[in-house]
Design a protein around this ligand. Structure first.
Ligand code: MSP
Length: 526
């Protein structure tokens, strides 16, 4: 695959297909999409991977409850739910990996062979507690007596899920051997696990000491067989983490693997940070591949103050929001209203309020007023910008400054800061129009009116490029209404670094009043 050298390689977790996606899954996928689209807009090569985690007992049991074979169950959910989610949210992923695919099976087996050859795996016996809900072994210290519906059962202190006692002959991974090397990794590369809160938690966890990890199961067969012992299947996490390498050719296309590896960013929810920042780098060390660059753990979406999940019946499906507000507003809301890396509450009222004030009245109004006045006073031709006064210079300076800050925020994996920097441009342009009052000036000075509107149009040009990663549809429509395609080329070819260069839209460019970008929405019960 030519042209992927040094690509910025970003991954989402692969999602369990026990059920349909909710907005918690959509959150990670949208944020990954915004980050990768921004990198593309910089002109970089990018590889954005997402996918599904299809093996393990959680999925198997769900299929059994529904009376179908697990393969049939996952095939159905992928077609009806998980692939359509990408369309619903307007995701531009480069690849989608399913762990039931041949490339994953071959690559995962090759990786296990390598860990085995390096003496990182041994056979032993396991006796302890397992949570099928979280697909994880739970240490004795975290086992509690269940209450209510769980009376008579043990539950996990980590997430309240019900536990089962397991006694089995298993293969083990020598995780305990990696304690020092992991601590050295966190020390030498402080950016490896972010944000700081997750980093501290991970370091404290590893310092308490690591136990070897049971990594195979022999009581069911919905999984990938251990290459040298087909009576065992791989523990689902130890198989799932491998998607990040099998998707890019580990064990099947070595050249391609070497071109894309290591991953630049693994985006994960904080609930699964340990798997990615402790077990996964230890596995990478055990197989002799380079360790990924960064793991970023974002917070939880809270609905009504509680972590959203299907089992709590507060799980909202992404389409419920997109059907009302559109995919652009959805993407904007999650990027803008939450601090990436912290828990945050979302509500229907808040989405509606931001949609109205920031999108419809803010950006939408700016775009429609500018185009309408160019239509009214200049017959739809972009007027001449003339000589800038202090007011124009302030706009130009702010665009340069906000662009630099937004770009740095993306680099620091703070997309919420990037959007808020870009929004300063929207606010400043609206303020500029309110102050300059081109509709008044038009009564006596059309030259000055033209200068004001040319500045607003140029500001919209900048906003199109900066907001394309967040709102691909609205910015494409705005680009068209500015007539920019014919004079400076497609929006996707515009570079972040060129945004501050003023005067790119030449006088005379036909500007049209396109469709309303964010039509007003009346929401019942909002
Ligand atoms: N299959 C594993 C991941 C394997 S990665 C090698 C898994 N899947 S999951 O379907 O449970 O999805 C987990 C991810 O979904 C979380 O890490 C997070 O990215 C996202 N979220 C699920 N619920 C969420 C919230 N309520 N809030 C925010 N993100 C959430 O774990």
């Amino acid at each position: 695959m030519p042209g992927t050298e040094d690509a910025f390689y970003l991954t989402t977790p692969i999602y369990y297909v026990n059920d349909a996606p909710h907005i918690g899954h959509g959150y990670t996928t949208v944020m990954g999409d915004i980050l990768t689209r921004w990198h593309r807009q910089r002109g970089e090569q990018v590889w954005y991977l997402t996918g599904t985690d299809e093996h393990g007992q959680k999925v198997l049991r769900k299929a059994e409850e529904n009376g179908v074979k697990p393969q049939e169950w996952v095939d159905r959910l992928i077609d009806t739910e998980w692939k359509p989610l990408l369309e619903t949210l307007d995701i531009a992923n480069d690849d989608f990996i399913r762990t039931t695919e041949e490339r994953h099976l071959l690559g995962a087996k090759a990786f296990w062979e390598r860990m085995h050859a390096n003496d990182a795996v041994y056979k032993g016996s396991f006796s302890g507690w397992y949570s099928v809900g979280a697909e994880e072994f739970v240490a004795e210290d975290d086992v509690l007596d269940g209450e209510g519906e769980d009376t008579g059962h043990k539950v996990s202190a980590l997430d309240g899920s019900r536990l089962e006692h397991v006694t089995e002959e298993n293969y083990f991974f020598r995780l305990s051997d990696y304690q020092d090397r992991l601590l050295a990794l966190y020390e030498e590369r402080p950016e490896f696990i972010q944000p700081e809160s997750s980093r501290n938690e991970i370091i404290a966890f590893v310092k308490r000491g690591l136990n070897d990890l049971s990594i195979s199961r022999s009581t069911f067969d919905w999984g990938i067989q251990i290459p040298w012992d087909p009576s065992h299947v791989m523990y689902v996490w130890i198989e799932a983490l491998l998607n990040y390498v099998t998707a890019i050719g580990y064990g099947t296309d070595q050249d391609r693997f070497e071109r894309l590896w290591p991953a630049d960013v693994h985006l994960v929810g904080k609930d699964i940070a340990r798997f990615h920042a402790v077990i996964w780098p230890a596995m990478q060390m055990a197989s002799g591949i380079e360790v990924s660059h960064r793991v970023f753990a974002h917070g939880w979406l809270l609905v009504g103050g509680q972590k959203m999940s299907k089992s709590k019946a507060n799980g909202i499906r992404p389409a419920e929001i997109v059907d009302v507000f559109g995919s652009d507003a959805y993407r904007y809301y999650f990027a803008r209203a939450l601090t990436f890396g912290r828990d945050g509450s979302i509500s229907w009222e808040d989405i509606h309020a931001r949609y109205t004030s920031e999108l419809a009245n803010g950006l939408g109004n700016l775009a429609s007023r500018t185009a309408a006045m160019i239509g009214k006073y200049f017959e739809g031709r972009l007027p001449d910008a003339g000589e800038p006064t202090d007011a124009e210079t302030a706009v130009v300076d702010l665009v340069a400054d906000a662009t630099a800050r937004a770009d740095a925020a993306i680099e620091a994996l703070a997309p919420h800061e990037a959007v808020s920097a870009v929004w300063e441009i929207v606010e400043s342009l609206n303020g500029y129009l309110a102050e300059q009052q081109p509709w008044q000036v038009a009564k006596h000075d059309l030259v000055r009116t033209g200068a004001i509107l040319a500045t607003a149009a140029e500001g919209l040009r900048a906003l199109c490029v900066l907001l394309a990663p967040v709102m691909p549809k609205a910015t494409a429509a705005l680009w068209e209404s500015l007539g920019a395609d014919a004079v400076i080329g497609p929006l996707s070819d515009q570079r972040i670094a060129d945004v501050p260069r003023w005067g790119q839209l030449p006088a005379g460019t036909p500007v049209t009043k396109g469709a309303v970008l964010f039509p007003r929405i009346e929401v019942e019960d909002a």
